[in-house]
Design a protein around this ligand. Structure first.
Ligand code: SF4
Length: 213
């Protein structure tokens, strides 16, 4: 019963989030589960397009990359880069892609996106670059306001990502952000997307499932 109530609560809340996104010149969609989200994402990515992505447990969980590779889109596989030079070249290629895939580390109930990044390639592609940005966001990432969203991104998402990546940063020992200045920190750049300057560019699919962190 608790699960049913929570799902109903998320469904109701998604309407407020989608209105918030639209007011900020972005588009919002609601999916009841990962399968529905995958279908919406594929509909948003035209046949023939080049597609880049940022590191995202949510995108991985959806199986979106595999689905794109089986279709008629060109996926830019950033993990194939072996050297720093190749990595830089692939990041530049992604910057010029037709579509960029990502999650958002957190969101506010009124539609702002909060993202934290280490090298900055992911947040830069959210800001500008690819013609279209498709984001998939589990409803657990929706927070009341900007302060709560930033705290969630810093104290929950970033430590979990550090642990996932096996990085030697203080949060991997404490489970919360210690505001480190480590050279290995994945918290170099903080991006708040308050408004999209380019209408129809950013599309956010809300999923009523706990996906990613
Ligand atoms: S700032 Fe440092 S301690 Fe905080 S989450 Fe990022 S890497 Fe971990």
């Amino acid at each position: 019963m608790r699960d049913v109530n929570l799902r109903n609560r998320n469904r109701l809340l998604s309407e407020r989030v989608i209105k918030g996104l639209e007011s900020r010149h972005m588009h919002g969609y609601y999916a009841e589960n990962a399968d529905e989200a995958l279908k919406i994402a594929l509909d948003l990515i035209p046949e023939g397009s080049s597609v880049g992505y940022g590191g995202s447990m949510t995108i991985d969980a959806l199986g979106l990359k595999e689905a794109l590779e089986n279709g008629n889109r060109r996926l830019i596989r950033r993990e194939l880069a072996k050297t720093p030079e190749e990595q830089r070249a692939v990041y530049k290629e992604i910057y010029g892609a037709d579509v960029f895939l990502s999650s958002s580390n957190a969101m506010t109930e009124d539609g702002m996106l909060v993202n934290i990044d280490g090298s900055g390639n992911r947040v830069s592609c959210i800001c500008f670059g690819p013609s279209k940005v498709v984001m998939v966001v589990g409803m657990q990432k929706i927070q009341k306001d900007l302060d709560s969203a930033m705290k969630y991104a810093r104290n929950t998402v970033a430590p979990a990502n550090n642990i996932h990546l096996g990085l030697p940063n203080p949060c991997t020992k404490t489970g919360t952000c210690m505001n480190c200045l480590s050279p290995d920190s994945i918290c170099s750049q903080f991006l708040v997307t308050r408004v999209s300057r380019f209408p129809d560019r950013i599309h956010v699919i809300l999923v009523n499932e706990e996906l990613g962190y």
